[in-house]
Design a protein around this ligand. Structure first.
Ligand SMILES: [Mg+2]
Length: 345
């Protein structure tokens, strides 16, 4: 909590206020903006202002913890992504992991490494890249009542944002990847392929983006399914769950791997996002929908908290030498190899 240490001991002087850069001023800017969220949260006993934050989960709860690293030119591009979108996506990745466990978000911690020119305003009176990044991150944090309770800030040759999310879930009740059994049905929230389709459109733009075009929202502002994950966890309806970050073919493979089962999906039942191709729906990542299995006897609603739920496949017994995931269509049945996102490949 490096930025906590700078801000606790003294009141800002007039000269601090007029200096636009420098760690002290940046730290104050951060703290002023995130303090409100912390005051409203009952789960945080102590936020920024000491060496550590103190969290107080409820009785009978266990903590779900996840980190996600976002690196310039790898997860976002300064020339493609508006800073608000980078902030939003940074937090969305972590919230989506909590959603996949059915955990209630308690707090987020952000470590930012930024080149000097991104931390300071380009011209006096205009917001810096960092400030706009925080606009995006804090707007999504407010939607999901997730206070930013600490972090770190450093000058870096490359823009890097690492988010740590802590959630709470009733002991022993988290949604896992490992609970799917043969005979279970496979469901997905929302639609798939929209983020990959929007990214293709974003890459094709000749001029920098203006405003918040709706046609790119699935990529620039994906909505983590926190309410849906919580709903499933509270009712004990899902036998296994994962969030779609790497792509359907890869993520369903993860459920099969951890549950030691196979899965079959029905191509005609797939909720392909409008404007997306089948390829993008099967292998494009970053949709941040929930993919889950449930017993055939589970009564699944058509929608959860306003988001449609689609049954699109089933869990099968795993057989040696057979592909874990297959897809059926009018043409018959074919293996669905994982072709989603993979680092170091
Ligand atoms: Mg995940």
């Amino acid at each position: 909590l490096a930025y906590a240490r700078y801000v606790t001991s003294r009141k800002p002087s007039a000269s601090d206020r007029t200096r636009e850069t420098g760690e002290l001023a940046l730290v104050r800017q951060l703290r002023e903006r995130i303090g409100l969220g912390i005051q409203r949260s009952a789960d945080i006993r102590l936020g920024i202002g000491d060496d550590c934050a103190l969290l107080r989960p409820g009785d009978g709860e266990e903590l779900a913890v996840t980190t996600d690293l976002s690196i310039a030119n790898r997860h976002f591009r300064l020339d493609w992504h508006p800073p608000e979108s980078v902030g939003h996506r940074t937090l969305a990745r972590g919230l989506s992991d909590l959603a996949a466990m059915g955990a209630r978000p308690l707090a987020a911690f952000l470590s930012l490494g930024l080149p000097r020119e991104l931390a300071a305003p380009r011209r006096r009176g205009t917001p810096s890249w960092m400030s706009r990044f925080l606009d995006g991150l804090l707007a999504l944090a407010a939607v999901h009542s997730t206070p930013l309770a600490g972090g770190d800030l450093a000058e870096s040759p490359l823009a890097v944002a690492d988010i740590l999310l802590i959630g709470a879930v009733p002991r022993g009740r988290a949604l896992l990847r490992s609970g799917a059994r043969p005979g279970d049905l496979v469901y997905v929230t929302g639609s798939v392929g929209g983020a990959a389709a929007a990214l293709e459109r974003l890459k094709g733009l000749s001029a920098p983006l203006k405003g918040r075009p709706k046609s790119l929202a699935a990529h620039l502002h994906p909505q983590p399914r926190v309410a849906q994950g919580l709903w499933l966890q509270r009712r004990g309806l899902a036998s296994a769950a994962i969030d779609l970050s790497d792509g359907l073919s890869t993520d369903l493979g993860h459920i099969c791997e951890e549950s030691e089962v196979a899965a079959e999906i029905d191509e005609t039942a797939l909720p392909v996002h409008s404007g997306a191709s089948l390829e993008q729906a099967l292998h494009g990542g970053e949709d941040y929908e929930l993919l889950f299995a449930a017993r055939p006897s589970a009564r699944m609603p058509r929608s959860i908290a306003g988001v449609p739920i689609t049954k699109m496949g089933r869990i099968l017994k795993r057989r040696a030498g057979q592909p874990a995931v297959t897809i059926t269509s009018a043409q018959g049945r074919r293996p669905l190899r994982p072709q989603g996102w993979e680092h170091f490949s």
